[in-house]
Design a protein around this ligand. Structure first.
Ligand SMILES: [Ca+2]
Length: 209
């Protein structure tokens, strides 16, 4: 009675392979943005880390191109995802960028969440606006609403790629009345539709003997 047992085991292995191969076909592509939860640098949960020209390397995968920004710890940011967040105003309005690669003809969807500044000294800062740009074109201007810690459902914008490489930019547009106060963002994701991922191969035919 060894043969049926071996055949059952073989079929189980084939089914496991089939399930593994089938999973990615149903989901959108991987996140093309790195450090989109601003987990690096790690920051004390109740505090923040100022990122300026002298230590911008700490904010891995992002490029600081103007002003400065803060990375907020998890408790201070108070995001439902419990992720750290980026404050787009460090001591002055800041701008950060990250490049991502894609393929022409692919639909790109960018999502992120935002909230008003949770630092207590910024509770009364009215102006917390910012722009989101792709390749130097402003796709939208945003301003978080509600009290501190009132994180949005994901904001979303979408376009069809014409080229192979794009630059995503978040840029504070606040005035200088309260220059250290601005929007928080986190959970930044850029995903391509199925076009960039080849369909999984067919599962192998069982070889019965
Ligand atoms: Ca700040």
């Amino acid at each position: 009675m060894h043969r049926p047992l071996r055949l059952g085991g073989l079929l189980a292995v084939i089914m496991a392979i089939f399930v593994c191969l089938a999973q990615p076909a149903t989901a959108a592509g991987p996140n093309l943005i790195r450090n989109g939860t601003f987990a690096r640098p790690p920051v004390n949960e109740n505090s923040y880390q100022l990122i300026g020209a002298g230590n911008a390397f700490l904010l891995e995968d992002w490029t600081l191109t103007r002003g400065d920004v803060d990375v907020f710890g998890r408790n201070l940011a108070a995001a439902p995802s419990r992720h750290q967040a980026l404050n787009l105003n460090g001591t002055v309005p800041g701008t950060v960028q990250q490049d991502f690669e894609t393929r022409p003809g692919t639909r790109i969807t960018i999502t992120w969440k935002h909230a008003r500044d949770t630092w207590p000294g910024c509770a009364w800062a009215n102006d917390q606006s910012y722009d989101v740009s792709v390749h130097n074109t402003v796709y939208g201007s945003y301003e978080p609403q509600g009290g501190p810690g009132n994180w949005s459902t994901p904001n979303s914008l979408s376009f069809v790629a014409q080229g192979y490489s794009y630059t995503l930019e978040f840029s504070s547009t606040t005035g200088l009345a309260t220059p250290a106060c601005g929007a928080l963002i986190t959970d930044v994701e850029v995903r391509a539709d199925g076009g960039t991922n080849p369909p999984p191969p067919n599962p192998p035919e069982p070889r019965l003997r």
